[in-house]
Ligand binder design. Structure first.
Ligand SMILES: [Zn+2]
Length: 131
């Protein structure tokens, strides 16, 4: 991933923000400028909840070069508490038995380092909620 693309997407990587169409009552994450259903271009920004339920997950062993140092890692499909479904990396799962239906929460973590530029990229990941 190039730095310009990363910074363009920074808003939703740093915060769980979706775009919302008032006409269709539909949320988009990552945010989109235009509603896919009605073409509305005046979508507004809405904050997504930080907590949700793990629907499904998979372990990634082979990935893009930028992420290879992180592999293997776990990607989850998460249904946030407002019903929005998102795909995100899971973290802090080493000692915890993952299973579908557990509660998860958003945390702000390092995503990867660019060895050539020395840049460190951060973003939102999800971890199991400790009980
Ligand atoms: Zn719409």
């Amino acid at each position: 991933m190039s730095a310009p693309i990363y910074w363009r997407e920074k808003l939703y990587r740093y915060r769980l923000v979706a775009s919302y169409c008032d006409k269709c009552n539909k949320k988009y994450y990552p945010p989109r400028p235009v509603c896919l259903q009605c073409g509305n271009t005046e979508l507004r920004e809405v904050k997504l909840p930080n907590t949700g339920t793990l629907i499904s997950f998979t372990t990634v062993y082979q990935t893009f070069p930028e992420f290879s140092k992180l592999a293997p890692y776990v990607i989850g499909i998460i249904r946030l508490d407002d019903g929005t479904t998102i795909v995100a990396q899971l973290t802090d799962v080493d000692q915890i038995e993952l299973k579908e239906g557990i509660r998860v929460e958003a945390v702000f973590r390092k995503m990867y380092e660019d060895g050539e530029s020395g840049l460190i990229y951060y973003g939102t990941k999800f971890r199991p909620v400790s009980r």
